[in-house]
Design a protein around this ligand. Structure first.
Ligand code: MRU
Length: 349
């Protein structure tokens, strides 16, 4: 079995498994500057909310190392500005904003203690490593909590990729399969292919096959049929931002498949690290939704599959309203409706 490591911090550089080339080529892109990390996030060499957050933490280390000067106040101005720039690489996954803010707050704390810049830089590197390590434990805890909602032999439908490739280790939604393997349970997967960028086919099918999980790949338009045939015991997906009322932004198509699951009385579980819950965002209406290039719709593997001049509409995410969600499963526990009250209680834990 090949070990899948999505990101590595090595000798002061960030190495990212290039997800635009999977499943056919396994190679790492090297980020030496904050600009490299910005480009990697925007072009989706790295993607998935937690992996974007961890990459942003290391990106902020690279920014700190690039500062040329000794004045702490000038450093902080530079650092905040670099952070705002990095945040603009993709708008929807709140982990990006969360990680940058955490790094800036750490820099402010170290600077206000009167630490010299070299010590501030060291402290920032330790903070980025801590974000990375915390994400690994979060993945495992979410997997354990998800597994408590299933029984041996169950089959789970998932959409997009919320696995190892989207995080630091086991993933969020897909951690349920890896935790099941650890505990000797058999949980099978159905994966939607997830147009336009095919994360379900290129990434989820890839990593589950690599890990020996029983996975069946389906075209997106098969979801209603497999749900109606009683083949699915639960829909489990990741998220890019959960609003305070439980409305959840995730990969485009999650809304459709959640509505379908409700129709066939299949529970809908959102695997959500608390770093993806945005209590400042009252409802799904306030979640910024990324619109990406029309080329993603027009082409597959570089080849046009539609007339070049046809109009397109390419939102990268949609919002599943809270009423379609059975539970939000975090590393701190499982949250049931009413989400507004229960998320507030959870986030204070
Ligand atoms: O556009 P992507 O590939 O970054 O979208 C990823 C998703 O929608 C994932 O489901 C989400 O980020 C959760 S990853 C644990």
């Amino acid at each position: 079995m090949r070990e899948i490591i999505t990101l590595k911090w090595e000798k002061g550089n960030l190495l990212l498994l290039d997800q635009t080339l999977l499943p056919n080529t396994v190679t790492y892109a090297t980020c030496k500057t904050l600009e490299d990390v910005y480009q990697a996030i925007q072009t989706m060499i790295v993607r998935g909310a937690p992996a974007i957050g961890v990459s942003a933490g290391y990106g902020m280390v690279l920014a700190a190392n690039a500062f040329d000067g000794t004045d702490t106040a000038a450093f902080m101005d530079f650092y905040r500005e670099q952070g705002e720039y990095l945040k603009s690489s993709r708008p929807t996954a709140v982990n990006l904003m969360w990680a940058v803010d955490r790094m800036v707050e750490r820099a402010e704390a170290l600077a206000s203690e009167g630490q010299p810049l070299e010590a501030v830089r060291k402290g920032l590197e330790a903070e980025a490593v801590a974000i990375h390590e915390e994400d690994k434990q979060t993945n495992r805890n979410i997997g354990t909590n998800l597994l408590s909602l299933l029984k041996d032999g169950d089959t789970v439908l998932t959409h997009c990729n919320a696995g190892s490739l989207a995080t630091s280790e086991y993933g969020t939604a897909l951690s349920v399969f890896y935790m099941a393997q650890e505990k000797g349970m058999n949980i099978k997967a159905f994966a939607d292919e997830t147009r336009p960028r095919l994360q379900g086919a290129n990434l989820t099918a890839f990593e589950l096959v690599e890990h020996g999980v029983d996975v069946t790949l389906i075209c997106d338009n098969m979801a209603a049929v497999v749900l109606s045939q009683g083949k699915i015991n639960a829909l489990i997906v990741g998220c890019d931002r959960v609003a305070a009322n439980g409305d959840t932004a995730n990969k485009i198509g999650t809304f459709s498949v959640s509505v379908l699951a409700n129709q066939f009385h299949v529970p809908v579980y959102i695997a959500a690290p608390t770093t993806t819950i945005d209590m400042e965002c009252p409802t799904g209406k306030e979640i910024p939704i990324e619109e990406r290039s029309r080329e993603e719709v027009l082409r597959i593997n570089g080849e046009y599959i539609a007339p070049k001049e046809v109009k397109t509409y390419n939102l990268a995410f949609d919002v599943t309203p809270a009423e379609y969600i059975t539970a939000i499963v975090t590393e701190k526990g499982i949250v049931y409706p009413p989400f507004r009250d229960n998320l507030e209680i959870l986030m204070k834990k």
